[in-house]
Design a protein around this ligand. Structure first.
Ligand SMILES: *[C@@H]1O[C@H](CO)[C@@H](O)[C@H](O)[C@H]1NC(C)=O
Ligand SMILES: *[C@@H]1O[C@H](CO)[C@@H](O)[C@H](O)[C@H]1NC(C)=O
Ligand SMILES: *[C@@H]1O[C@H](CO)[C@@H](O)[C@H](O)[C@H]1NC(C)=O
Length: 358
């Protein structure tokens, strides 16, 4: 009797051990996957690598579909790519001068990955890590929510941080991007940005210099030669930066010092409001961007140089434009800029809305 009981006990132990081994081998290894959000003939592909937008398929006025987001072929090139195509960048997008800042009396040293400065969060940033898919929902308004945990000291930043981004097809030809971040124990600067390069003529259609742009901003934060804000805020009126009345990207680009537009605009007004309108004449496509952030980086793909892209495309300078809504660059080192410091118990909230028409 006792022998049978012992045998049963060992059998139970064996079962438990087997179940445990099975469960641990069932823990998914981190691999990059592609998730498609689709609403009629509008579709957006997302990957958990960098919470990246891989493609945005959109019709034109004749019903012809095109992919209007620049990208690499497959996921592989995203691993070491330096363009940030479609990526969700952070913990602090844009540049931090000297890769350092002081917060609450503590000096923080960051990873310098852009000369002496930190760009888009450092070597890896949030755009070159695996995110976890929390939710993917089909239906009339399909969406995906991705999550990233950024530990204390990652790239030098203070404190554990929980980060969420949701991409949602929230209406006809409408893409909503909702970013949230919550520090657990320490105050930290947070500034996330969506880094898609747009070309409304199609990602492989060449230059964006003939796109018409309107930017709802009367001021910019000028920079030095290393693209670090000088700290001043100056009017765009009478300068090549004036896009208050719509004009083509190329109309005054040669008057901009450096290689093209790569500048933070101070978006007029507060809260969720219109930031920019982009139009492409041949296709008739139009993109309207709304956001709740203080600034937007207007970047004209100045550093694209023979980049091998999707479907055999080769991207050159000015083949895509970015409108990255954000806090002001290097705000941690400029007390006169709106603060990007988020304290434990507070929630960083960044909302974007892209409305496409044709
Ligand atoms: C988007 O992803 C789906 C599913 O993986 C795939 O079938 C489709 O071809 C992708 N679209 C583009 C434009 O890459
Ligand atoms: C990325 O770069 C690393 C280091 O140079 C290299 O080992 C790796 O193979 C590269 N990965 C891809 C996908 O190119
Ligand atoms: C840290 O500094 C920020 C910004 O000045 C302030 O709001 C916050 O209360 C400080 N946090 C702590 C823990 O002292």
């Amino acid at each position: 009797m006792a022998g049978a009981r012992a045998l049963f006990f060992f059998f139970l132990l064996f079962l438990l051990a087997f179940a445990f081994i099975n469960a641990s081998s069932a823990i998914p290894r981190k691999t990059a996957k592609i998730y498609e959000l689709k609403k009629g003939d509008f579709s957006v592909n997302i990957t958990n690598w960098g919470a990246t937008i891989l493609s945005v398929i959109l019709p034109d006025s004749k019903g012809n579909l095109a992919d209007v987001a620049l990208g690499y072929q497959g996921i592989g090139p995203y691993i070491n790519g330096t363009t940030n195509f479609g990526a969700l960048v952070g913990r602090v997008a844009n540049r931090i001068a000297g890769a350092r800042f002081v917060l609450n009396g503590t000096a923080y040293r960051l990873i310098a990955n852009d000369g002496k400065n930190t760009l888009h969060g450092g070597h890896r940033g949030f755009g070159r890590v695996f995110w976890t898919v929390k939710e993917i929902v089909d239906g009339e308004f399909p969406y995906i929510t991705l999550y990233y945990f950024s530990p204390d000291h990652e790239e030098g930043f203070p404190g554990d941080l929980d980060v969420y981004v949701t991409y949602k097809l929230s209406g006809a030809y409408e893409l909503r991007v909702t970013m949230r971040a919550m520090p657990r124990t320490k105050s930290s600067p947070v500034n996330l940005a969506q880094h898609t390069y747009w070309n409304l003529g199609g990602h492989s259609s060449g230059s964006i210099l003939s796109h018409t742009v309107k930017i709802f901003a009367s001021q910019i934060t000028p920079t030095d030669d290393h693209l670090i804000p000088t700290g001043s805020i100056t009017p765009v009126a009478g300068t090549p930066f004036d896009f208050l009345t719509p004009k083509t990207v190329g109309s005054r680009i040669n008057d901009v010092k450096g290689h093209g537009y790569d500048i933070n605009y101070v978006v007029n007004g507060h809260g969720m409001r219109r930031v920019a309108i982009v139009k492409e004449r041949r296709s008739g496509r139009r993109m309207e961007l709304w956001a709740n952030q203080p600034g937007v980086q207007f970047y004209t793909g100045n550093f694209l140089d023979h980049v091998k892209g999707k479907g055999g495309a080769v991207y050159e300078k000015y083949d895509g434009l970015c409108l990255e809504t954000q806090g002001f660059p290097d705000s941690v080192n400029h007390p006169q800029f709106p603060s990007q410091i988020v304290n434990p118990g507070e929630v960083y909230k960044h909302d974007m809305l892209f409305r496409f028409s044709f």
